[in-house]
Design a protein around this ligand. Structure first.
Ligand code: PNS
Length: 162
């Protein structure tokens, strides 16, 4: 039985993330989605909100669980018995950063493999930061994020009634 971890900050989850999680769930027996803190980013949503959004978005996938995680990814993977780290790779922009993280994780634990799934071309332009920016300007994010996430983005940026 092979268990994989899909790590990320998911701030918020996009349709691109969800596609990678669905494909990982078809490829591996069990998938743990780890909602992590990226020390380079200040989050819009709390970890609890991000976990809830991911649970809502993945409730149709029986072999996926979602959990918050802190500390090093390889420590989380070891603790949960995950032999594989699954990451999505969009054309060009992700490669350098993802390659570096994969190489560091490999040095930290040679028993854990990083597996990159190619982003679907229809989601290659999506990112959490673009989605946050659109929502900030009041633009609907329908089709870019799961429906319940789009609703939470609307609520997050709703203008207080005068
Ligand atoms: O969605 P993101 O922000 O690109 O995800 C990055 C994340 C959270 C997977 C990465 O920052 C991470 O692994 N954080 C945990 C700390 C860690 O293990 N760092 C060493 C790997 S370079």
């Amino acid at each position: 039985m092979t268990k994989a971890v899909c790590p990320g900050s998911f701030d918020p989850v996009t349709m691109g993330h969800l596609d990678i999680i669905e494909r990982a769930a078809r490829t591996f027996d069990e998938v743990v989605v780890a909602v992590m803190t990226n020390p380079r980013k200040a989050p819009l949503f709390t970890v609890e909100e991000r976990v809830e959004m991911l649970r809502e978005a993945t409730q149709h996938i029986p072999n996926v669980t979602v959990t918050a995680a802190d500390g090093l990814l390889v420590d989380f993977a070891r603790k949960h018995g995950c032999k594989v780290i699954v990451k999505g790779l969009r054309p060009i922009q992700d490669f350098e950063y993802e390659w570096q993280m994969g190489a560091v994780n490999k040095q930290l634990d040679d028993e854990i493999e990083t597996c990159f799934l190619m982003s679907r071309i229809e989601y290659a332009h999506l990112s959490s930061s673009i989605v946050r920016e659109l929502a900030f300007f009041g633009c609907p994010t329908t089709g870019m994020v799961p429906p319940s996430t789009a609703q939470r983005l609307r609520e997050k940026f709703a203008k207080p009634q005068a």
